[in-house]
Write a protein that binds this ligand. Sequence first.
Ligand code: ADP
Length: 285
Amino acid sequence: MFAFFFQKRINKLYNLFIDKQAQLSLQQIIPEKKFIDIEGQLEEYSAQKKAQIQMLLQREGFQKEFIGNLAHELKTPTFNIQGYLLTLLEGGINDPSINLKYLQGAEKSLNRMIQILEDLDAISKFDSDRIELSLKPCLLLDLLEEIQEELHMKFKNNNTLFELEIPENIVVLADKKRIKQVFINLINNAIKYGKPNGKIRIDTTMVNHKVAVRVSDNGLGMASKHLERIFERFYRVEESRSRHLGGSGLGLAIVKSIIEQHGEQISVQSEVGLGTTFTFTLKKA
Ligand code: ADP
């Protein structure tokens, strides 16, 4: 009688916490279970729910932060364009000392907005899993020589020494277009945050049957407190330098997404004043 009374109360408690499907099985289980087992199950259930709530709250926080950052990023170029155009409309168009300069300024800000939008587009495709990788064997040295050719003018203008130390026969299994994007983002950063007459070196090693690719520069480097955050969207070590150089703050977030889509990992090592090395793995084909 006493046990029956207790079990009825416990059933009621279960009904409060556990979903319909679980109730059915618990009703069958209760008569045979000891209270200690029931307590354990409830604790486990409560821990699961707590973790779920935590995850949802964190996701909500990320989303709010992302929208705030995005508005902040778009505000500056939009107001710049507005300022240039208003001055031109109010008569500046007839002033040869500013008309061309202001149009060029407006175009520069517009290019910044386009860069941000293109990067956002790439990121949102990754987020919604709309990207299907086309994995094919790819000769790494060929890909990097192609990139070297494309960035040739940038290297020349910055007097950057670009070194490739990649064995001729390394073939990786990768989506060529996306991995090219990874290299371009990392190399562009190495130039942007490099020293004048700096050096960029790309080499490979074999780690557990995988190819570990290293992209190193001898540029400004970063303090260790930044390293775990630089792959976050819009995170920058030096806001003004990044903006001035046309960065969207999304380049490394895109790099990380692409590497993770390949099921691989990326890490960074850096020392202020000495330089930075990004290392990521790729599957050997
Ligand atoms: P950004 O558009 O600002 O370059 P990224 O996501 O590409 O955005 O990089 C995030 C931040 O990480 C940069 O603002 C910069 O402060 C830092 N960073 C990235 N690459 C390097 C590098 N090779 N050397 C020094 N700092 C770097």
